[in-house]
Ligand binder design. Structure first.
Ligand code: DX5
Ligand code: ZN
Length: 226
């Protein structure tokens, strides 16, 4: 690997075996995960219901790696304090669920956490332009939120350079994260688009390979970049 940018890998636990979650978290940490991505769904912003603060606290107890909570929830502000107390470092919520995203970002920061915005596939990145001075991270969704194991909508990779240009114009250099459908086969393309963090759920937690081996495959794909 030449002087290629470092790209961090954030396993999503959504498709992990919840009957042995701590073991699954430790396995991904041993395999080289940089942080963990926790997909919280409320059954309103997305039809699915996933998990809440108790699971975040359980993951917190299982690893010292940073945690980020991806809040696919309506009224995200109502939950910032409880997820911060459960031990997450970063609160990520959807611009589509935040009519006043600037005040929501301020509320998230008031908990002491980092705060970032996620954009769903149908939301143009230009919607973020007025907020780029107030956030610490952007999540570009490459699947429609709600489930793991979906196929990447790779046409949306174009959002990364668009967003990078908007960030540069705002004088900001914050991490851009890609979330949804990331696999070893497309990881290099995601990195080439300019992503800083790749979320990988079913690529890491599946019945084909161990989390350690899966992370090795993802890392090898990133290291193979020219
Ligand atoms: C989808 C979630 C993603 C998903 C990633 O709504 O936000 O984080 O769990 O899982 P994969 O990598 O399997 O698409
Ligand atoms: Zn997610």
């Amino acid at each position: 690997m030449s002087g290629a940018r470092v790209v961090r890998i954030a396993p999503s636990i959504l498709t992990a075996d919840f009957g042995r979650l701590a073991e699954q978290v430790r396995a991904a940490a041993a395999g080289g995960a940089d942080l963990f991505h926790l997909d919280v769904m409320d059954g309103h912003f997305v039809p699915q219901l996933s998990f809440g603060v108790e699971v975040v606290a359980a993951v917190r107890a299982a690893t010292s790696l940073p945690l980020e909570v991806h809040m696919m929830v309506a009224q995200p502000e109502a939950h910032f304090a409880s997820f911060a107390a459960a031990g997450t470092q970063t609160l990520l919520f959807h611009i589509e669920a935040a009519p006043d995203a600037a005040s929501a970002l301020a509320a998230a920061h008031a908990t002491g956490c980092r705060a970032g915005l996620a954009v769903s596939p149908d939301t143009p990145v230009e919607r973020l332009a007025p907020l780029l001075g107030a956030l610490d991270q952007v999540v570009v969704m490459l699947v429609h939120p709600g489930r793991g194991g979906q196929r990447m909508l790779d046409a949306h990779l174009d959002k990364v350079p668009q967003l990078r240009a908007l960030l540069a114009a705002a004088g900001r250099d914050v991490p851009i994260e890609l979330d949804g459908g990331v696999k070893a086969e497309n990881a290099a393309r995601c990195a080439a688009a300019g992503a800083d963090i790749l979320v990988a759920g079913s690529a890491v937690y599946n019945d084909r390979v161990s989390p350690e081996a899966a992370l090795g495959e993802l890392r090898a794909a990133l290291d193979a970049r020219d």
